[in-house]
Design a protein around this ligand. Structure first.
Ligand code: BTN
Length: 319
């Protein structure tokens, strides 16, 4: 089915006869495959008598050479999948199979994309970026301190370079435009965090997505913000360059070197928020973050520090 899609990706008309000849199947088999494409990948296809079939809009697939040509200094091996359950899950399987880190896993589609706090990450075909970079960490806990916030900075800068000037951060690691989410980050770790471990930096960016009925929060995409479709290979290259720069700085100087930059880009700095921890809610005002990336809240006049992957922030209506 994906071979057929690759024949149609240019957005031009192709006759059923030509498509059948290229695939070595009958015209009616082509027709059946096209129906599956529309239904399973949610890709509208125009059918015009006498002209053939045409994708409603052309597709640019992820391509390792294209990515490399836009980021020559990056030497991470790239594994690209047409469809996978989750790039984070695949990255963890590759670690288990002794694949040497660093390496990158990308996919056109995720069938079980994972979000924070057990949520799903909606991952339609060939529209967005689903990105998992695996690092081997040998420096113990210091190299993990604030790491997810560092990734947030890199994602935010890559989005700004792609024209989304208003991209900003929400603790701990959401990237928002106003109140709408444009990217999410999920770190997963295997091994001994105090000694040698592998960490998967999982990043989902809404790129060319324009409609999605099953996203359970306010969202936007690069195309919705900039008004034009974005070349995902360039965005992936830009993201790699930003990650490399920020990760090098973090490794050399620790999170403290990035604390101020992070706070300057925190959308909810000084805002009245509720911190949700399971069934508990703590109301306070955001003071900033500490040298490890933990949240500093003023709660009833007292500064308190919070950290942990299961926490999430909400803006209070009175802010
Ligand atoms: C969040 O809930 O904000 C985090 C979303 C992280 C989604 C990305 S997409 C690539 C990688 N693979 C996954 O299954 N999840 C992360």
């Amino acid at each position: 089915m994906l071979t057929l899609l690759k024949l149609l990706k240019d957005g031009r008309f192709h006759s059923g006869e030509a498509l059948g000849a290229a695939l070595g199947v009958s015209r009616s088999a082509v027709w059946k495959q096209l129906q599956h494409l529309e239904a399973e990948l949610n890709l509208p296809i125009h059918k015009v008598r006498g002209r053939g079939y045409q994708l409603a809009s052309p597709l640019v697939f992820l391509n390792a050479e294209e990515i490399a040509s836009n980021a020559a200094s990056l030497a991470w091996p790239v594994h690209i999948f047409d469809s996978i359950d989750s790039t984070n899950a695949e990255a963890l399987r590759l670690v288990d199979a002794n694949c040497a880190a660093p390496f990158l896993v990308l996919a056109e589609q995720q069938t079980a994309g994972r979000g924070r706090r057990g949520r799903k990450w909606v991952s339609p075909f060939a529209q967005n970026v689903y990105y998992s970079l695996v690092l081997r960490i040998e420096g113990g806990l210091r190299q993990l301190e604030g790491l997810s916030l560092v990734v947030g900075l890199a994602v935010m800068q890559a989005l700004r370079k792609s024209g989304v000037q208003d991209a900003a951060l929400k603790w701990p690691n959401d990237v928002l435009v106003g109140r709408k989410k444009i990217a999410g980050i999920l770190l997963e770790l295997v091994g001994d965090p105090a000694d040698i471990c592998h960490v998967v930096l999982g990043i989902g960016i809404n790129v060319n997505m324009q409609k999605a009925t099953d996203v359970d929060q306010q969202w936007t995409s690069v195309q919705l913000e900039t008004g034009s479709p974005v070349d995902r290979n360039r965005l992936v290259a830009q993201l790699g360059l930003q990650l490399q720069g920020y990760l090098d700085l973090h490794k050399a100087s620790g999170f403290a070197a990035l604390q101020e930059e992070w706070e300057q880009n925190h959308l909810w700095q000084g805002k009245a928020v509720s911190l949700i921890a399971g069934v508990n809610q703590i109301d306070g005002v955001v003071l900033g973050i500490d040298r490890q990336g933990a949240l500093r809240l003023n709660v009833d006049g007292v500064e308190k520090i919070y950290s942990g992957g299961e926490l999430s922030l909400r803006l209070r209506d009175d802010s």
